[in-house]
Design a protein around this ligand. Structure first.
Ligand code: 0X9
Ligand code: ZN
Length: 554
């Protein structure tokens, strides 16, 4: 089928690519266009297929074909984005059968755009009511996210603190977020809940739900007692767009099925427009395979054009390093990274061979409780398929904070926008619950002292207390990647502090029967260290450290 919109967008790029090939005699130096690019250029159908995989062996065999696995899988099937005739031929040759979930993804996206326009119009004419906390009626573009973050910060100066992540993206974009809490500008040792979206560019609802939760908390603080309590006792960190380059390409520049970041060539910063060229669309690092935890193991590819490319090395990408340093700078006792789709709440471990985590009972009960709200299945990451190098493969094992991947939606990476309110507030049997309720439960779990650790005592008002730990995270082949967790709080005027923290011993060390400690330092605001303590504290425990030496010297 011919896709006019798609074709117009691609023609100039296709010509540009041809010029490059024709310009020199070194045709070899230009990689041959891959299957995906060819499908787009020939305007062949791009389909969402549900491949029958009754056995584990079928799944493994499907994995070796290096197709764009939609990462949605049930007991007997795996969904695949098939780009044109070549992908379908490959599947047929390998003996697979399938049903067609979406016979024309490009056409479906155009239909979605029309439906979204009609929905927005109906809200405008008040034929239907806008239901989301922000009142949005269409998917945000990148600038909308940045504007919304900035306007929340200016609207609620004592409750919202804007944050800028450490690195710009490969294309030079600033990655932004906000902290939400009562007296947000006071460094008060509250436990932290981190919520993220859009590691994967095409998974638009993941950013929307993250952002709507921020609006909800701020609108309903002082109105809904549960939310007031959450702002009193926790700090919520919101980063809606982890992968701005990929998202911009997917949402705005017309390559809707972009998943990865803009890594076009390893070791090089992409030049302007390079990432959007049709010949480069398959390139990129899967940010959800680039974290150091078990990096380079099962479920990650070594090929730059694979949808699950792990990157040149652990944390090779500025966008995943951003989340590493973000998570390392808070005591995040809970973390949710939002994705689409499959209606799942996933917990560690991400690959079957890792064995149950030492926190399985608690981890499962929280996952199950959240899944009971949004109606998803609560399960291990590996039950979908083995992966390594995902966000929580690093964050959980490095910090002990309970991290979950939410996979929103039944059968689409970005369905019509009218679905977002249903995802957020629930619908049918989950009406009135939904992800809103799941997120609130995650926030309340963050506060629950039985689920993290507490260090408390006396210290001089105004002193900075630092909890620090340095260790190495192991990749799959045993390479050691240095990690430093480093967080601070300020002793309040009362002279009594409560520092909500993750346990001092990492899950991996718990599994081995060992213990680890935090190094607690009491410092002048200038950084001068006045007292140092080793603090060993388990999950659910509270220890007292009265910092008398510090108090005497302060
Ligand atoms: O494959 C992923 O990165 C995630 N799915 S997605 O469709 N959003 O790409 C799932 C990762 C969860 N972990 C495991 N499956 N082990
Ligand atoms: Zn994803």
């Amino acid at each position: 089928m011919f896709h006019p919109a798609r074709w117009h967008r691609l023609v100039p790029l296709a010509i540009a690519a041809a010029v490059v090939v024709g310009a020199g005699s070194h045709v070899q130096a230009v990689a041959p266009p891959d299957r995906k690019v060819q499908a787009y250029e020939k305007a062949e159908l791009i389909q969402l297929l549900r491949i029958n995989t009754p056995t584990m062996a079928d799944r493994k065999r499907l994995n070796t074909l290096d197709l764009d696995l939609a990462e949605s899988a049930g007991k007997n099937y795996v969904d695949v984005v098939a780009y044109g005739n070549q992908d379908r031929r490959l599947l047929k040759l390998a003996g697979f059968t399938w049903s067609v979930l979406e016979d024309d993804l490009v056409g479906a996206d155009q239909e979605r755009e029309r439906a979204d326009a009609a929905y927005a119009k109906a809200v405008k004419t008040r034929a239907i009511l806008a239901t989301l906390p922000s009142g949005r009626t269409a998917y945000r573009q990148l600038a909308d996210y940045n504007n919304d973050l900035a306007s929340l910060a200016s609207q609620y100066p004592t409750k919202v603190k804007p944050i800028t992540l450490k690195n710009t993206s490969l294309e030079g974009r600033t990655v932004r977020g906000i902290e939400i809490s009562r007296d947000v500008n006071v460094s008060n040792g509250k436990p932290v809940f981190i919520m993220m979206g859009l590691h994967h560019a095409r998974e638009w609802p993941s950013g929307e739900l993250t952002m709507e939760f921020a609006y909800d908390l701020l609108k309903n603080d002082g109105v809904v007692p549960r939310i007031t309590n959450i702002l009193d006792k926790a700090r919520i960190v919101i980063v809606p767009v982890v992968n701005p380059d990929g998202f911009n390409l997917s949402r705005t520049l017309g390559y809707e099925m972009k998943r990865k970041n803009c890594r076009v060539t390893n070791g090089q910063i992409p030049t302007t427009g390079q990432c959007a060229q049709s010949s480069n669309q398959s390139r990129g690092t899967d940010l959800n395979r680039n974290y150091a935890g078990f990096w380079g193991g099962p479920g990650a590819s070594t090929s730059l054009t694979s949808e699950t490319y792990r990157g040149a090395s652990a944390f090779s990408e500025p966008e995943s390093r951003n989340i590493q340093s973000l998570v390392s700078s808070y005591q995040a006792t809970t973390l949710i990274t939002n994705h689409t789709y499959s209606n799942l709440v996933l917990r560690e471990p991400g690959y079957a061979g890792a064995g149950n985590t030492p926190d399985e009972a608690l981890y499962k009960s929280l996952g199950d409780q959240m899944a009971a709200q949004n109606g998803y299945d609560s399960q291990f990451g590996y039950e979908l398929y083995d992966t390594t190098g995902t966000t929580e493969d690093w964050s959980y094992y490095a910090t002990g904070g309970l991290g979950f991947t939410f996979e929103h939606g039944a059968s689409s990476f970005h369905p019509a926008f009218s679905n977002i309110a249903n995802f957020y507030f629930g619908s049918g049997s989950t009406a009135g619950k939904g992800n809103r309720e799941a997120y609130l439960i995650a926030a309340e779990s963050t506060i629950n002292p039985a689920r993290h650790s507490i260090i408390t005592g006396t210290g001089p008002a105004g002193a900075v207390l630092r909890l620090k730990k340095s260790f190495n995270t192991k990749t799959w082949n045993g390479t050691l990647i240095p990690d430093v967790l480093d967080t601070t709080m300020t002793v309040p005027a009362s002279g009594t502090y409560t520092y909500h923290a993750n346990p001092s011993t990492r899950p991996i060390t718990v599994q081995q029967g060992g213990t680890e400690s935090w190094t607690l330092t009491c410092e002048r605001p200038t950084g001068q260290v006045l007292e140092t303590r080793a603090i060993t504290v388990a999950r659910g425990a509270s220890v007292t450290a009265n910092l008398t030496t510090c108090a005497a010297a302060f």
